[in-house]
Design a protein around this ligand. Structure first.
Ligand SMILES: [Zn+2]
Length: 279
């Protein structure tokens, strides 16, 4: 059995602001919530549980759907307080205060224990900060090269210990490190996914994908967005929902069983292990 670790960065839509375009902050969460509800409908239909890395701001705006997902066995993890935060640039004390407040906010509002963390835009503070606020694992590593963003081409593809915390890398293929999550899935399409999927999960024992709720919202054309921004929104809404439906169906029909990340770690006994020895 291979685990399907389907993950959602449950966040406000701030892509225009990221590219310097004017955007009313109040719209961010509302735009994401539309897509989030559509995605949850699909996950519920297919019986797929997911891990949701939520910002405190988005969790407030989508509390009802999140509660329903939790009742159905999904997991709530931490993304940030606001998606506009940059904890990597803060002092350790400031990052700790901000993330700790967000973690407590999620735990109090949804009556859960938050164990995992994925930094927004993968801009994480030092791992000691995360350990100190009581997190147990992270998903901060996309072990590939994304020009202009990060280069983790030689980082491990499997679960491993890093700075006293378990790290659960997002899936890429071995050797060429081809990514197959949101941006690549929507731009390279079904054939790309199908060519990558078996190699991506064969060695690591899981298929770990990530998407964002605003990818399932229909967007009006945004004037002034550079090419990378336009590619990030291409095929949003129904076309992407249909593509993800196909991805889930294919994975489930090919021996991938949906699990939350914490459930997967427990099943593999990783909470008691020091490190993965396979890579
Ligand atoms: Zn994010």
């Amino acid at each position: 059995m291979t685990a399907l670790l389907f993950t959602v960065d449950a966040e406000e839509f701030d892509l225009p602001a990221e590219y310097g375009l004017a955007q009313a902050p109040g719209d961010d969460a509302a735009i994401s919530r539309v897509g989030y509800e559509r995605l949850l409908g699909l996950l519920h239909e297919r019986g797929v549980v997911a891990t949701h890395f939520a910002t405190a701001l988005f969790a407030d705006a989508a509390a009802g759907p999140i509660r329903e997902a939790l009742v159905r066995g999904h997991e709530l993890a931490l993304h940030a307080w606001s998606h506009r935060d940059d904890c990597a640039s803060m002092t350790p004390e400031a990052a700790s205060a901000r993330l700790s407040a967000a973690k407590r906010h999620l735990e109090a509002n949804f009556s859960v224990t938050v164990r995992g963390y994925r930094a927004n835009r993968f801009r994480s503070p030092a791992r000691a900060v995360l350990r100190d606020i009581g997190l147990q694992w992270t998903s901060n590593l996309h072990p590939t090269w994304v020009p202009g963003s990060y280069n983790h081409f030689r980082a491990p593809r499997c679960i491993h210990m890093d700075g006293g915390l378990l790290e659960v890398p997002i899936s890429v293929t071995p050797v060429l490190r081809l990514p197959l999550s949101w941006f690549w899935l929507r731009n390279f399409g079904w054939s790309w996914f199908r060519a990558c999927v078996r190699r991506a999960s064969a060695h690591s024992g899981y298929l770990h994908l990530y998407v964002h709720p605003w990818e399932f919202t229909e967007h009006a054309p945004l004037l002034g967005l550079p090419l990378k921004g336009r590619l990030s929104l291409r095929r949003s809404g129904t076309p992407f929902l249909d593509l993800v439906a196909r991805v889930l169906r294919y994975a489930q029909e090919h021996d991938h069983t949906p699990q939350t990340i914490s459930a997967h770690l427990r099943e593999r006994g990783y909470e008691m292990k020091e490190a993965c020895e396979c890579c």
